[in-house]
Design a protein. Structure first.
Ligand SMILES: Nc1ncnc2c1ncn2[C@@H]1O[C@H](COP(=O)(O)OP(=O)(O)OP(=O)(O)O)[C@@H](O)[C@H]1O
Length: 633
């Protein structure tokens, strides 16, 4: 029974109620990309670390621990290798051949051990990179694909550019850069402490104090040079995403563009994006030039500083009582200790270039995570996971939707598309929604499917989403990547995993009924992997027929069809509609063709400016006069 009027009292307390929201394109609370090395960076970085190191016993923590042990051992060996020259000075000055031979053997052993440890260190860093990338990407996917987040992010939110690029490329680069930094950072506190002590031991307080002072000056100047780089890197990544998206747009719409012979204009537009990307890249390089000058100057001055520090005790006469051999050995040993301490600091300064990259990517990923969390908070009542378990919500058994004084508008507009629509969509009463272009027909489905929020009033979905419930066929046929079977059973992953050939027969039968059984031959079978893009090889009509095969397979109680037969002849349309009815589906159709009227009982006309009309096309139960052959379904 489909009726309209005031429904407020009996239905508004049911579980799937939503409404009374203001729909606007979401302009975000963040004032804009804050992309520097600030407190926000620290917060975002720490929250990403929680994903990478979820618990003390996680694999990442274990690998990090192993890396720490390895790098510390490596440092011990490096120290031994570092003092070898001073020992060589001693044995050569003493002309001690036996000690020289032993020293050669020791040097070879230490070098072998050192290179093995270094390789292991690199290997663990690579493993950590893969593990981190997996954890972070999966974490982002979990939010991105939850509810309608991916839709809201890509269609309704303007503040987050290129979410796809943030998930794929930026995450990869962040993990790569962090793994590059890991072994250097992890060992720094230990080596700095150890060599500071050694330096103090050799040169007194002068050595460590001058090196620390030098490091502080270097850090401050680098921080100043890095600030603008982080922001420009953020910009560059955005433009990189825009450029790639333009190419993807051409790839997906190559045929349409070719029909327009649009090579020239697309060339111009793509080059324009490339230019703005390259300009930003050049700006980034100009800013990096100053940072590189700073870093390199710091490195070279560091090497020079070590000799000044060593010179002080020599010129002040502290080592006057040593023989020339002992003095050479001591200078060699001290030089190593000072140079290594300065080198430890230089490495930290060198990391500033990597850190500026890390900060840029951290902001991009952090911003995406915050936006997704924000969307999830707003849509906490949305639960499409029900498709998997077919959990049907309690409600009148014969009803799909109840609308009560529903008003809604499009995100960019202040004008209502539909005002105060009250209506019940029940089993067996087929509804046709008509109206001029842009009057809000598809938008009504968006509100019913909860992609858009209503402006006021209530919408209640009393049947579950999915097979045996409600299924939507969108205006643009959606074909996933995968085999023919995966196309037909979409959006199910595998509903009948153990059914084997029985399911095959059903799928083949439905493909035949939908008029696309030829696809079986083209693909080579239901489960043959195809290397083509389905959109490139199927005609629009074939795509629509394939979507009907999907509908027959899933056999929902209610099928919502948005101009689902616009590319087919009236005859084909009639056949498919009658099959749907024969399979027991109640149809809610959107369309422009008057030929559709005969398959429906009630018509809802959207007249624009919020107005609407409901008309009965035929009495309940009246047949459309067509009987189709017994298909044995
Ligand atoms: N994501 C969006 N952001 C802003 N406005 C939108 C969005 N999607 C649709 N609109 C606008 O909402 C209005 C209603 O669109 P809708 O798709 O419902 O039209 P329709 O009646 O289905 O038209 P058609 O018959 O061409 O399919 C249109 O003016 C459209 O431009």
């Amino acid at each position: 029974m489909l009726s309209f009027g005031h429904w407020r009292h009996s239905f508004i307390t049911r579980p799937l109620i939503w409404g009374t929201f203001t729909l606007k394109k979401i302009h975000v609370a963040y004032p804009g990309p804050e992309t520097s090395l600030d407190w926000r960076f620290v917060q975002r970085f720490l929250s990403i670390q929680k994903v990478l190191f979820p618990s003390w016993t996680s694999q990442s923590v274990l690998m990090f621990g192993t890396l720490l042990v390895l790098t510390l051992t490596e440092q011990l060996i490096i120290y031994q290798v570092g003092i070898l020259p001073s020992q060589f000075y001693m044995v050569l000055a003493d002309k001690d051949y036996a000690a020289f031979r032993n020293l050669i053997t020791l040097a070879i052993l230490l070098i072998l051990l050192n290179s093995t440890l270094k390789s292991l260190d690199q290997y663990i860093c690579s493993q950590m990179y893969v593990g981190w990338r997996q954890s972070l990407t999966e974490n982002l996917h979990a939010d991105y694909f939850r509810g309608r987040v991916y839709y809201t992010l890509n269609v309704l939110r303007e503040d987050i550019d290129n979410p796809d690029q943030r998930i794929s490329q930026d995450t990869e680069r962040l993990c790569k850069q962090m793994s590059n930094m890991a072994s250097r950072i992890i060992v720094s506190p230990f080596t700095l402490a150890y060599y500071t002590y050694q330096c103090y031991h050799s040169t007194g307080w002068m050595g460590p104090v001058s090196i620390f002072g030098y490091f502080v000056v270097g850090t401050i100047s680098n921080k100043m040079l890095m600030g603008p780089i982080v922001h420009t890197l953020f910009q560059q990544e955005k433009l990189e995403g825009d450029f790639r998206f333009k190419h993807m747009q051409i790839r997906v719409n190559a045929e349409s563009a070719a029909f327009y012979r649009a090579g020239k204009v697309e060339h111009m537009r793509t080059d324009r994006r490339l230019q703005s990307l390259l300009q930003t890249q050049k700006r980034l390089m100009n800013k990096e030039l100053w940072l590189y000058i700073g870093v390199n100057t710091f490195d070279y001055l560091g090497g020079f500083l070590s000799y000044i520090i060593i010179a002080i005790p020599i010129f002040t006469g502290i080592y006057d009582d040593l023989s020339p051999g002992e003095l050479s050995a001591l200078i060699s040993r001290n030089a190593f200790v000072c140079i290594y301490l300065i080198n430890g600091f230089s490495q930290l300064i060198d990391l500033s270039t990597t850190l500026s990259d890390v900060a840029g990517y951290t902001h991009r990923i952090g911003e995406l995570r915050e936006a997704m969390a924000d969307i999830l908070r707003r849509q906490c009542d949305y639960d499409p996971g029900r498709i998997a378990d077919f959990n049907i919500h309690a409600g009148p058994a014969d009803t799909a939707f109840v609308l009560d004084r529903l008003s809604f508008r499009s995100p960019d507009s202040d004008e209502l598309l539909v005002e105060e629509l009250s209506l019940k969509i029940s089993q067996g009463r087929h509804l046709l929604v008509v109206g001029n272009t842009g009057t809000g027909k598809t938008s009504l489905l968006r509100v019913l499917n909860r992609l858009w929020e209503a402006d006021s009033g209530f919408v209640q979905m009393t049947t579950c989403f999915g097979p045996r419930g409600i299924l939507f066929l969108p205006q643009k046929p959606y074909l996933t990547d995968g085999t023919l079977r995966e196309q037909v059973i979409y959006p199910l992953k595998d509903i009948y995993p153990a059914s084997g050939s029985v399911d095959d027969e059903r799928i083949i039968q439905f493909l035949e009924l939908a008029g696309v059984s030829n696809l079986l031959k083209r693909t080579g079978g239901l489960d043959e992997k195809v290397d083509w893009n389905w959109y490139d090889v199927l005609s629009p009509g074939e795509m629509q027929r394939l979507c009907f095969a999907r509908l027959f397979y899933l056999q929902p109680k209610y099928a919502v069809l948005d101009e689902a037969t616009s590319a087919l002849t009236e005859e084909a349309e009639g056949q498919l509609y009658r099959l749907c009815k024969q399979l027991g589906m109640t149809l809610i159709s959107l369309g422009h063709r008057s030929s559709l009227e005969k398959y429906h009982d009630v018509s809802l006309r959207l007249c624009g400016g919020g107005r609407w009309e409901l008309t009965t096309l035929k009495e309940n139960g009246a047949d459309d006069g067509h009987v189709i052959e017994d298909t044995g379904l």
